[in-house]
Ligand binder design. Structure first.
Ligand SMILES: Nc1nc2c(ncn2[C@@H]2O[C@H](COP(=O)(O)OP(=O)(O)O)[C@@H](O)[C@H]2O)c(=O)[nH]1
Ligand SMILES: [Mg+2]
Length: 563
């Protein structure tokens, strides 16, 4: 089967707060297109056992449907800020960010944050107001709130009617129908005025009193989306299905294809140096060098490592050799798959704009650029603004024999989740997992216990406090050992004093009289001279003795290492 034409592809990420209805909306769209058996294909996207148990998404999930010659890839993202590492990762794979807003709750924190991320990644944004079936809604006020939060560019392309039982299109429809608020005519006029503003000849025609047919506004509409000059607002109920066909229609007729969206944010890093990055523009054509970007990795117990990628340029096909990032040796793409939740469907090829997967290639990792020409090794994606992992938990296996397994499991979990990091503290010897919130780490712990059968416990990481010598002090120790063999004798006089902050410790010259004694005690004395014996023999020996004491937990001054 030939690859799908780039013009027929729409890539959409559903973003927004937890509970807004993103997952149900994705399932409703997939169900309406017949891509899944029933509209309530529960579990298709929230397929992780933990998602079923807790009833919310915790990872990015991909699915697709075909409708009227169109291929739509949907990326469903988790809404809690704890899992935003996975949500942000979706931004690199799409042209359209759909901000799903809960009509009952208004604009919640994740909707605001994701709107900003999408803007900085230069994505076309649309707002989907979900749950219009619910009671006691104030949708006109919500629209005002949207305009206050995201700008006057938020304009409805459809309006609810019949008390939220259906919606009426306002872009292709010029008027005549009654809606729950505002009028189709007014909404149509507002949209047209906004769209013509990006194109001078169109503005002139409009100001000249001409009624411009919507079909002639297509290119200007796309430009307005690209420039953030228009944020179309659509009303929908994922539950009742109201507005779902209209949303589908919007995706087909007005959402940008990979050619119409802003170009992906590729960069060239000369000699691997990100600081000298220069923008690189890919061409979304089926010919030319292959450029694809890994935006999701999942380790499946049966399928092995599954890397989900977005093709940006050229055509990928099963059997072809590809380079992973800066690797010098190519790997062979044994199989190529379309992704439907956790299921992989074999495909022969994938052209630009396609989201597909490769499995069982160990070297593939999140954020890698795959290419078929060695000279493209310097091409990267502009790094994502993934929040810092600030919450930490020290993890310990209860059985010593599980130590190696814990290391392997942590390695897998980190590969799957851009928001998760693991540190091995060299001072406390603890394995510390760091994530974006308590819930994030709680799910990681549950996954390790339930899915990987690890018997583990956790505690807050020990803080490796440091101590500083603040006043001078002296010590003296005499070592004598005469029991059996040759006797041993040693005597140490130690004087410590505060050093300059941040200088660590330095060994100072001893008084002149001890130099003489040191030299005579050492065999090299007569050959090297007093000063050299001190510098070459004694200082390194003393340093070797003091350093571990200063940097391990049995420090000279207290229980903690020395600063
Ligand atoms: N009344 C109503 N409930 C909905 C609608 N969409 C989703 N829900 C419910 O809202 C809850 C959260 O939905 P979900 O899709 O998991 O939200 P997500 O966190 O954004 O993915 C679930 O109980 C859904 O059944 C809708 O259009 N109307
Ligand atoms: Mg969800």
């Amino acid at each position: 089967m030939p690859a799908i034409a780039v013009e027929s592809i729409r890539n959409v990420a559903l973003l927004g707060h937890a509970g807004a209805g993103k997952t149900l909306l994705a399932e409703a769209l997939l169900g309406a297109a017949g891509a899944i058996p029933s509209r309530n294909g529960a579990g298709l996207l929230d397929y992780d056992p933990l998602e079923k148990e807790h009833r919310h998404s915790i990872k990015l999930a991909c699915a697709h449907f075909d409708a009227e010659g169109l291929r739509v890839h949907l990326l469903d993202t988790p809404g809690y800020p704890d899992f935003s590492g996975q949500a942000i990762a979706a931004l690199d794979a799409v042209e359209t960010a759909a901000l799903v807003v809960n009509a009952q709750n208004g604009i919640e924190i994740t909707a605001r944050r994701t709107a900003l991320w999408a803007q900085t990644r230069k994505l076309c944004r649309i707002v989907v107001v979900n749950k219009i079936d619910a009671e006691h809604l104030d949708l006109p006020r919500l629209l005002e709130e949207l305009q206050a939060a995201f700008g006057r560019e938020c304009l409805p392309v459809n309006l609810p009617a019949g008390g939220g039982a259906r919606v009426v299109d306002c872009f292709f429809n010029l008027g005549g129908e009654t809606t729950d608020f505002s009028s189709v005519e007014a909404a149509h006029r507002a949209l047209v005025e906004q769209v013509v503003e990006v194109d001078e000849p169109l503005t002139e025609r409009y100001l000249g009193g001409e009624e411009i047919p919507p079909a002639q506004l297509h290119d200007a509409f796309e430009q307005a989306l690209r420039e953030g000059h228009l944020l179309p607002v659509l009303f929908v109920s994922a539950k009742s299905g109201a507005g779902v066909p209209e949303l589908n229609d919007f995706l087909r007729r007005l959402a940008p294809s990979p050619r119409e969206g802003n170009p992906p944010l590729f960069e060239k890093w000369p000699e691997g140096d990100a600081a000298r990055a220069i923008p690189f523009q890919s061409v979304p054509g089926p010919g030319g060098h292959v450029l694809a970007h890994v935006f999701k990795v999942e380790v499946d117990p049966y399928l092995g490592k599954v890397a989900v990628l977005r093709v940006h340029q050229g055509t990928l096909s099963a059997g072809m050799p590809l380079y992973a990032g800066e690797a010098r040796k190519p790997f062979r793409v044994a199989h190529l798959y379309a992704v439907q939740g956790k299921d992989l469907e074999p495909i022969g090829s994938a052209g630009p704009g396609t989201i597909c997967a490769i499995n069982k290639v160990d070297e593939l990792a999140f954020d890698m650029v795959l290419h078929d020409a060695p000279e493209d090794a310097a091409i990267h994606f502009r790094p994502l603004p993934i929040p810092h992992a600030v919450y930490g938990l020290a993890v310990r296996v209860k059985k010593q024999s599980d130590t190696q397994k814990l290391a392997e499991v942590l390695h897998r979990l980190v590969a799957e989740d851009p928001g998760l990091h693991v540190e091995h503290d060299p001072i406390t010897h603890e394995a510390v997992i760091r994530g974006l919130g308590e819930m994030h780490l709680a799910r990681v712990m549950e996954k390790m216990r339930a899915q990987y059968k690890l018997d583990i416990d956790s505690h807050p990481p020990t803080i490796p406090y440091r101590e500083t010598v603040t006043i001078p002090a002296e010590g003296h120790h005499r070592h004598k050992k005469q029991s059996g063999g040759r006797g041993q004798f040693g005597e140490v006089y130690l004087r410590i004093a505060p050093n300059e902050r941040g200088k660590g410790f330095t060994t100072k010259q001893p008084p002149e009289e001890t130099l003489d004694l040191a030299a005579t005690l050492f065999l090299h004395g007569p050959v090297l001279g007093q000063r050299a014996v001190w510098d070459l023999v004694l200082v390194p020996t003393v340093d070797r003795g003091l350093e571990p004491a200063a940097f391990c937990s049995i420090a000279i001054v207290g229980e903690s290492p020395l600063m």
